[in-house]
Design a protein around this ligand. Sequence first.
Ligand code: NAD
Ligand code: TDX
Length: 339
Amino acid sequence: MTIIVTGGAGFIGSNFIFHMMKKYPDYRIVCLDSLTYAGNLSTLKSVMDKENFRFVKMDICDREAVYKLFEEEKPNIIVNFAAESHVDRSIENPGIFLETNIMGTAVLMDACRKYGIDRFHQVSTDEVYGDLPLDRPDLLFTENTPIHTSSPYSSSKAAADLLVLAYHRTFGLPVSISRCSNNYGPYQFPEKLIPLMIANALADKELPVYGEGLNVRDWLYVEDHCKAIDLILHKGKVGEVYNIGGHNEMRNIDIVTLICDALNKPTSLIKHVTDRKGHDMRYAIDPTKIHNELGWLPETKFADGIKLTIQWYLDNKEWWETIISGEYQNYYKEMYENR
Ligand code: NAD
Ligand code: TDX
């Protein structure tokens, strides 16, 4: 069994590689990643020298290179994590999101058609459903909720999802799609809410909460997401979409307050800043389908997962301090100075 994991030097892809290599030591894992600002080779150092692992620096949009890799590796399964994944960056520069998230997905699926494949799995997001109102806690996203996107990021992910389903219907490509809620855990790039707040709080810097901080996200520990994808690959039905989420809705302001408390930092560090354009109010996943069909349930409670995550950032300062000391400084200035 050979699996190509695209975007495996990023947050969720790397955690997925660790999960798969531990659980299936006889599988060959090939990580394809172009190492954008969000990809970090040092994340993969614990698996780099393993015989059944190969890292290839490659852009999923590079058709010729992707075809060559398929010819060489003859993969059974592709799991596509590679994406531009940050909503704020998509508001600043939508173009690269369209290229990577839509065109890159098309190139990978064309390779699958050309060389044959058992499964192409697309890692998608709950953001394709748009958002839910705060005053209707009874409403949740199901797999039948209409696609209704807000940001260039979510629109590009939705376009990719439609293309994946079209390749299934038109060409019979054996695909599956998972749409997961917000992940947190080790190796998340510090531009996303939880690691950014941990890093800033540790440096006694301001904690920039967009607007009033009342927006709600449905948080899932990354390992639970990886286990769900593993299940879908092995037991999920071809042509199906599976929502993944753990009924763990929290307001941004409560997350940031909790991080302050855990690190023994004052909440006076919190600074309410100008809101994100088009900011989605609330995401909430109904995971009934994956639970009923595949028996998946989240295993890590938020109270435990956030402790593990904070401890990981405390124990692995070198990993994220290297990131935030480089180009990230310019990004941070552009995004947050005078906001
Ligand atoms: P990330 O930004 O941490 O990692 C993305 C990885 O993709 C990086 O290693 C980057 O180098 C690589 N990449 C980007 N463009 C590429 C290209 N053109 N060719 C090859 N590699 C490329 O993202 P993440 O948070 O790990 O998200 C992974 C996937 O999961 C994405 O598809 C995202 O839409 C989806 N997702 C994320 C979350 C979340 O909470 N983070 C939730 C649901 C779904
Ligand atoms: O500095 C900040 N202040 C703040 O208030 C940042 C970075 C974020 N926020 C808010 C915006 C969101 O309401 O926190 C919430 C979470 O923000 P992000 O971490 O940027 O995540 P989000 O926009 O919800 O998208 C994430 O979940 C779905 C991932 O980045 C996507 O890839 C995934 O598809």
